[in-house]
Design a protein around this ligand. Structure first.
Ligand SMILES: [Zn+2]
Length: 398
């Protein structure tokens, strides 16, 4: 739990080198600084032990007990979510903030409270709904902006990186910002932030240190598009499960981040399986043609974003070997061919957009990136220039 106010006051009164921080207190001694963010409830500590105590800042006591000895696939997703952040002090601070003031907090409830999977599931056939509700799925703070299906002793679980949510948000801002009346320089910075999220340069603290506040309408528009894009990603992972792809795919070991020792079992799918998962994510939708058409368009949007990011990535670090995933552009083309033309944009419309944005990226790679490479790859935070009012000091203000 957080440091009690009285304790912070006491530490500050007794130590001239103590400084109040947004979370707890910073103590300076012999040229070193210690940031004390919280204390353990002795009963919790007793119940979970030293090893379990690392999870207490962001899990309930019962959750820690469950994740130390998982017995169901729900426990396995909980463990994955917890292990994805336990060794990252910044992410622990993010979750302390998310938890602040909330009684009866649990990590699972936090993630489930958004009901992120409900809309997609509600548009499936009854039998697919039944089957997929057994598969725990949702966001986790994975270090890479992607989604994965993990095999556990109790069945498969699906995790979608929270970073993908931020990536979509900033790509949407870059792409649609002009229509929302947002200035060109802010859209450009959104593009930089999205690329930096994908490249692993942007620090993982968006809710501690917001990159800028847009007005309500713009915020709602960008988030609702992002939610549809999540639906497609979720549908894609569900499709791998329903189509039985996991049974005979090449097994690969997945690390959640640079700290975690635990190896999770993930999969490398072949190209056909990836195309099929894109197709079935849409094909599963029954009855609601409007939703289906919107989902197809957002699938194109997601793949187009991946294509643009890939152009930048390849120019920074050219790939010697062909990756195991088919290119986003070929996924767009396959998907367009497989889905009835009454759903989503035509290939001609898509080609126009692709050409337009590829032109933008080429210009970026030629005229901006070579002169700003150091700045672009530095670890930290980029902001939206017109929307960032106050610059905050890490740890003291957030
Ligand atoms: Zn896939």
């Amino acid at each position: 739990m957080d440091l009690p106010e009285e304790l912070i006051d006491k530490i500050c009164a007794e130590n001239p080198n103590a400084m109040r921080a947004d979370q707890g207190v910073i103590l300076e001694e012999d040229g070193m600084a210690f940031h004390i963010v919280g204390v353990h409830d002795p009963e919790d500590y007793e119940a979970v032990g030293k090893q379990g105590s690392w999870f207490l800042p962001f899990c309930s006591r019962t959750e820690v007990i469950r994740l130390l000895k998982p017995q169901t696939n729900e426990d396995a997703l909980l463990k994955l979510r917890a292990e994805a952040m336990v060794d990252s002090p910044r992410l622990v601070r993010v979750f302390r903030k998310r938890r602040r003031g909330k009684a009866n907090w649990s990590l699972t409830n936090y993630y489930e409270s958004f009901g992120a999977n409900d809309r997609y599931l509600s548009h499936l056939s009854k039998s697919n709904q039944k089957r997929l509700k057994q598969i725990p799925a949702g966001y986790a703070y994975l270090e890479q902006a992607n989604a994965m299906c993990i095999r556990t002793n109790w069945g498969n679980v699906i995790a979608v990186s929270e970073l993908l949510q931020y990536y979509f948000y900033f790509m949407n801002l870059f792409y649609f910002g002009g229509q929302l009346g947002i200035k060109e320089q802010d859209c450009f910075h959104a593009f930089l932030i999205a690329l930096r999220v994908m490249g692993g340069f942007e620090s993982h603290d968006f809710d501690l240190d917001p990159r800028g506040f847009l007005d309500w309408n713009a915020e709602c528009y960008l988030k609702s598009r992002g939610a549809m894009q999540y639906d497609f990603v979720l549908g894609h992972e569900y499709a791998h499960h329903v189509l039985g792809h996991l049974a005979d795919s090449k097994i690969t070991h997945v690390r959640l981040n640079k700290y975690t020792q635990t190896k999770y079992t993930g999969y490398n799918h072949n190209h056909k399986k990836e195309y099929d998962a894109d197709h079935y994510a849409i094909k599963f939708i029954t009855g609601n043609n409007e939703y289906k058409s919107e989902l197809v368009n957002e699938a194109f949007q997601v793949l187009l974003y991946f294509h643009l990011s890939k152009l930048v990535e390849e120019s920074i670090a050219p790939q010697i070997h062909q990756g195991t995933h088919p290119s986003p552009l070929s996924r767009i083309k396959k998907l367009r061919k497989k889905i009835h033309k009454r759903y989503g944009r035509t290939m001609t419309e898509l080609n126009d957009e692709i050409r337009h944005f590829e032109g933008f990226v080429k210009h970026f790679l030629k005229d901006w990136l070579p002169y700003n490479m150091d700045k672009f790859e530095i670890y930290g935070s980029f902001y939206l220039p017109s929307y960032k009012r106050d610059f905050l000091i890490d740890r003291i203000d957030f």
